[in-house]
Design a protein around this ligand. Structure first.
Ligand SMILES: *Cc1c(COP(=O)(O)O)cnc(C)c1O
Length: 480
């Protein structure tokens, strides 16, 4: 069988023409290709094993082509060059910075919130040795959450605060630490799935808590919660339905009546607010995102939120509430399993410090700055882009059009932000081909494709990226 022979690396070729057999015999030995590679790679730091794999891969593909009927054998130089190209592709880092031209500020696939410069600097500064768990005053062991904990409590107006790896983890942790083996009451309208495999009923199972559903999908009243409380009830849980919206006839109690009921009946009230709308609370366009401070002010015992949504920080789950409850949370073994690393802690601390001064927060936290940018500004930048791209080789059509961009990250569902985009079409490439050519640039450019056109939204492209961005778009138009 030809396939088997090929797998064993033998020339094979039974049934091949004389030219085919000749072509197989003419294939150079791998060490000749490797010798040539060591000359042409010119000090590129590609591991020898990667080079050898690439050479083998190229040889295999040429052999397969000959077995399929081709009769020409490329020379050693050519094979070495092809192997180098393969090795370079394999050597490129998987994770790299990209230019987000989608206009979606909290794009989960693009890493949600871009960090503030202060947060980036802080993360880099601790990347080597740092005082992660070391008290510089006493010279003894210190608290890992010594920086972030007090900032969380101060920002949210809670007695104490802490943080773990993400908000999904924070939910499991809090339910387990405070409610394990008992019942927790949740509205049917809030049994959400957020971002795949974070389904509340499953989270309850993992946490070892019995879920008690009350109300209906669209209507849940405080009496429904009251009627479900038994001696076995540990808590009432309110979950912000972050990534979808039920409109029309709906009703769900706010934090005040739930906090009052919880304190009357001696159970906890846990408020999962999700997106962490500290600065955006009450601002026009952001009315649907709950203020985490409002729940605590109303009497929530514990509040949970994400670090990388509207807070604009690194991936994290922030937990705030009563000091004795925070101590129980931090004592749970799961807290250790979900703990934050030094770089995230440093970036989170820097982001929280910016939040203490709302004026700085709106200016220096990119997610907030991008959400706060004016429509006139977006229109002006889109027009500048269009005029600079006009006449580029390979461009068929370009215009500036009004559009809508979702905020993303499961925030503000159904509340798209009005924006201005550059819409373009390439002369000899389809919309999908142009989008792919944009992704091949360095750094890759991620665009939206809609109605046969590629859309570039200035909202999420920072001015410092602009020169590289425009050069990349020109190269992609020329299919470079
Ligand atoms: C987004 C969200 C979560 C999950 O947060 P991650 O930080 O992504 O784990 C949990 N609850 C609510 C209400 C959310 O909006």
């Amino acid at each position: 069988m030809a396939g088997t022979e090929q797998q064993h690396g033998k020339p094979g070729g039974a049934g091949l023409s004389a030219e085919g057999r000749q072509a197989l015999r003419a294939l150079p030995a791998i060490h000749l290709i490797l010798d040539r590679l060591s000359v042409i790679r010119e000090g590129e730091a590609i591991a020898p094993s990667v080079m050898a794999d690439s050479a083998r891969q190229i040889l295999e593909s040429v052999r397969a082509r000959i077995l399929a009927g081709e009769t020409a054998t490329p020379c050693v130089n050519r094979l070495a060059e092809e192997a180098l190209a393969v090795a370079r592709r394999g050597h490129r880092p998987f994770h790299q910075g990209v230019i987000n031209a989608t206009g979606i500020v909290l794009h989960t696939n693009l890493g949600r919130a871009p960090l503030a410069q202060a947060a980036i600097d802080a993360a880099v500064a601790v990347a080597r040795y740092s005082n992660l768990e070391f008290d510089l005053e006493t010279g003894r062991r210190g608290r890992r959450l010594g920086g972030v904990g007090p900032l969380v409590s101060r920002l949210l107006g809670a007695e104490a605060g802490t943080a773990v790896n993400n908000c999904a983890g924070a939910t499991v942790l809090v339910l387990r630490a405070l409610c394990a083996g008992r019942e927790v009451v949740v509205s049917r309208g809030q049994l959400v799935e957020i971002g795949g495999s974070f389904r509340l009923p499953e989270i309850f199972k993992v946490a070892g808590v019995r879920l008690v559903e009350v109300g209906s999908t669209n209507i849940t009243r405080v009496e429904d919660y009251a009627g479900a409380i038994t001696p076995d009830t540990a808590a009432l849980l309110r979950v912000h339905t972050a990534n979808y919206r039920i409109t029309g006839h709906t009703e769900a109690p706010g934090p005040e009546p739930l906090a009052k009921l919880a304190s009357e009946r001696g159970v906890l009230f846990i408020d999962d607010v999700g997106s962490g709308a500290v600065q955006t609370a009450g601002k026009p366009g952001f009315e649907t995102e709950p203020d985490p401070r409002a729940g605590l002010l109303a009497g929530a015992h514990v509040t949970l939120m994400s670090g990388d949504k509207l807070l604009g920080g690194p991936q994290a789950g922030l937990i705030a509430g009563q000091a004795d409850l925070m101590r129980r949370v931090e004592k749970d073994p799961l807290f250790r399993a979900l703990r934050l690393d030094k770089m995230t802690l440093a970036a989170l601390e820097a982001t929280l410090r910016l939040h203490l001064d709302p004026e700085r927060a709106w200016k220096e936290i990119p997610a907030l700055a991008m959400l706060g940018v004016s429509s006139e500004d977006l229109n002006r930048r889109a027009r500048v882009w269009a005029s600079l791209l006009e006449g580029s080789p390979g461009l068929e059509f370009i215009e500036v059009v009004a559009d809508q961009s979702p905020v993303g990250g499961g925030s503000l569902p159904g509340r798209d932000q009005p924006t201005w985009v550059v819409a373009l079409r390439a002369e000899f490439q389809s919309d999908d081909h142009l989008a792919a050519a944009l992704r091949r640039q360095s750094p890759p450019i991620i665009a939206r494709v809609q109605d046969g056109r590629v859309l570039l939204d200035p909202r999420t492209v920072s001015p410092s990226e602009e020169a590289g961005f425009l050069a990349g778009v020109k190269k992609a138009l020329a299919n470079d």
